[in-house]
Design a binder for this molecule. Structure first.
Ligand code: GDP
Length: 588
């Protein structure tokens, strides 16, 4: 039975805590805490760390009330909506999403090349993650990292950095799983959607069928009485690009995008790398305020005194206004893509904020575990095809369908994902029981897992993984399936030798001699014994002699004495083929 304590004050625990320190906070002997951890399937020693969730479960089972320690606020840009007329109008920030090969990159290129003046376009030597164009004297900012990864990273940090999502659908291919995912992401983020029906120049293009398919996703075209603008374009032929931009501007007008031009600046990091000469370089998008050289910024666990600012053309600028992408140098370390940033009043506050973020980040990564297929033996059913059994729980029918479609593609002749059950809703006790019986991995998508269920899953040794983004789930499962693939065995012939004499044969050993006809040999090499081109068996070279002296190696043309570990009685005239074997992990 759990012990009750008289202490009614909740015990505050950080995101990660050492087992010893945890016991101390509870005023219990550490063996008691370790024992309780073991009961819950967690093997941890006094010096190891446990995460908050684990501490909360163990603590409550020991009769304590556990509370998360209050930490400083994460960098978070303001989300206040400006009142009418307040602030200044800013350019819309646009992301391009859609299924692979539907033309996202081509569309971004077509927009850039048709709207950035030639002399400027020539000056764009580096891809900085965003660019701006001018249409009818108004700026539009494009995030130039197509794909959902970029969008999700920005969204996961809680900020709506993009205002408009252009969803590209190829007119000859129609709505595909990633199209659905893009739509779902955009809707969840509350971003305005504009559809670009691309490749209309192609034979077999059927824009109307695309409209029909999109309507089924509750994106009804404006011309059919719905509210989603759709433009037929061809990125290749450059058709209707201006029309698409006009629609984007129209959507921006309706949104009345404004930003606060004064006060501290904030925004997100949309590209970052380490430059050999300049050090950490980041492209940031300014959301509010004006970013100037000399400003102090904090982003994630790093900070900067802005040394230089550049625009998307690589031109030096002294300040960047809301909606603008700017290249910043001066960071102490490379900030992470998708992280938010804000300006600070001075070096000390910036450094302190970064240090506190670093502690939080370290705590978070401890909790992030990838699927380790070696731990999933129960979930892997062997047959001709090794299958990874999965129980799926998702937030909506739509996600469930996209997931099913994506998971169906994760297979080859040897390995596959097998969904043994799937349903909409939060993970329940019955799911854990079912996953245990079915020997399956339990996957939650966009759903939660309470701490008591987490403890139950631990006790039942059911592996639970929670995801919010499909590509992270599919990446993880692809890794797990790759681990299940038998490694590739690469054999290389190192040398050949002809047997000229056999001196002693025992059950497991042959002492013999011969001449190397090609290659180089050394002790420990594996070998095949061939007699008239027939393979008799295998062995290993245990030692090597040249002129009756032990040798480390011997080359083509040399005659040497050999000690071979083998059960085959080697004969005069046999050929020994020496080879090396390497194994290489395969990927799905
Ligand atoms: P992404 O994977 O969505 O970025 O797609 P890409 O921009 O790389 O385009 C995929 C393929 O479709 C490429 O071979 C492009 O040349 C082709 N493509 C893109 N847009 C068009 C278009 O409007 N018409 C035609 N015919 N082909 C296009």
């Amino acid at each position: 039975m759990a012990e009750k304590t008289l202490n009614t004050e909740p015990t505050q625990i950080p995101e990660v805590i050492g087992v010893g320190e945890f016991a101390q906070k509870l005023g219990l002997p550490v063996t008691k805490v370790i024992g309780e951890l073991m009961k819950n399937g967690v093997m941890a020693t006094i010096n190891e760390q446990i995460d908050f969730d684990t501490a909360a479960i163990i603590g409550s089972e020991l009769g304590f009330e556990i509370e998360a320690e209050v930490v400083e606020e994460e960098v978070r840009p303001e989300k206040v909506k400006m009142a009418e007329g307040e602030g200044e109008t800013r350019p819309p920030i646009v992301a391009v999403m859609g299924h692979v090969d539907h033309g996202k990159t081509s569309l971004l290129d077509a927009i850039r090349s048709s709207h950035v003046a030639d002399k400027e376009a020539g000056g764009i030597t580096q891809h900085i993650g965003a660019y701006q164009i001018k249409r009818n004297d108004r700026w539009i900012t494009f995030i130039d990292t197509p794909g959902h990864a970029a969008f999700s990273a920005l969204r996961q940090h809680g900020a709506r950095m993009t205002d408009v999502a252009i969803i590209v659908v190829a007119a000859d291919d129609g709505v595909k799983p990633q199209t659905k995912e893009a739509v779902r992401h955009a809707k969840e983020a509350g971003v305005q959607i504009v559809v670009a029906i691309n490749k209309t120049d192609k034979e077999g293009a059927d824009p109307n069928r695309v409209r029909q398919e999109l309507s089924e996703l509750e994106l009804v075209p404006e011309e059919w009485g719905g509210s989603t603008p759709m433009v037929d374009v061809s990125a290749r032929a450059g058709t209707n690009i201006d029309k698409l931009l006009d629609v984007v501007l129209l959507v921006a007008d309706i949104e009345d995008l404004r930003a606060r031009p004064d006060g501290p600046a904030d925004g997100a990091v949309i590209e970052s790398h380490l430059d050999a000469g300049k050090g950490p370089v980041a492209t940031v998008l300014v959301r509010n305020g004006v970013l100037k050289t000399g400003d102090y910024l904090v982003s994630g666990a790093t900070y900067a005194k802005v040394r230089s600012l550049g625009d998307f053309r690589g031109k030096r600028i002294s300040s960047a206004h809301p909606g603008m992408p700017a290249v910043v140098t001066g960071f102490k370390a490379v900030p992470s893509f998708g992280d938010l940033w804000r300006s600070e009043t001075g070096e000390k506050t910036a450094r302190d904020a970064a240090a506190s973020m670093l502690r939080r980040e370290q705590a978070k990564t401890l909790g992030v575990k990838k699927i380790d297929a070696s731990q999933l033996s129960a979930a892997i059913s062997a047959g001709n095809v090794k299958e990874l059994n999965v129980v799926l729980k998702a937030d909506t029918q739509g996600s469930l369908e996209s997931l099913q479609e994506s998971l169906d593609t994760l297979r080859n002749d040897e390995v596959a994902v097998k969904v043994v059950s799937s349903a909409v809703g939060d993970i329940a006790e019955s799911d854990i029981a079912f996953a245990k019986t079915a020997g399956a991995l339990l996957i939650g998508f966009g759903v939660g897992l309470g701490s008591s269920l987490k403890a139950l899953a631990n006790r039942e040794s059911v592996h639970v993984r929670l995801y919010k983004v499909i590509y992270e789930l599919t990446d993880d499962l692809r890794d797990a399936l790759s681990q299940m693939l038998a490694p590739e065995v690469i054999e290389t012939v190192a040398a050949e030798l002809e047997i000229k004499g056999v001196f002693k044969i025992t059950k497991a050993n042959v002492v013999c001699g011969g001449t190397i006809t090609s290659g180089r040999i050394e002790p420990k090499l594996r070998l095949r014994i061939k007699r008239k081109n027939e393979v008799m068996g295998e062995g290993t070279l245990t030692s090597l002699q040249k002129d009756k002296q032990a040798a480390k190696e011997a080359f083509e043309g040399e005659t040497c004495g050999l000690n071979v570990a083998t059960s085959i009685a080697i004969e005069l005239g046999d050929t020994l083929e020496f080879f090396t074997v390497e194994t290489k992990a395969r990927t799905l």
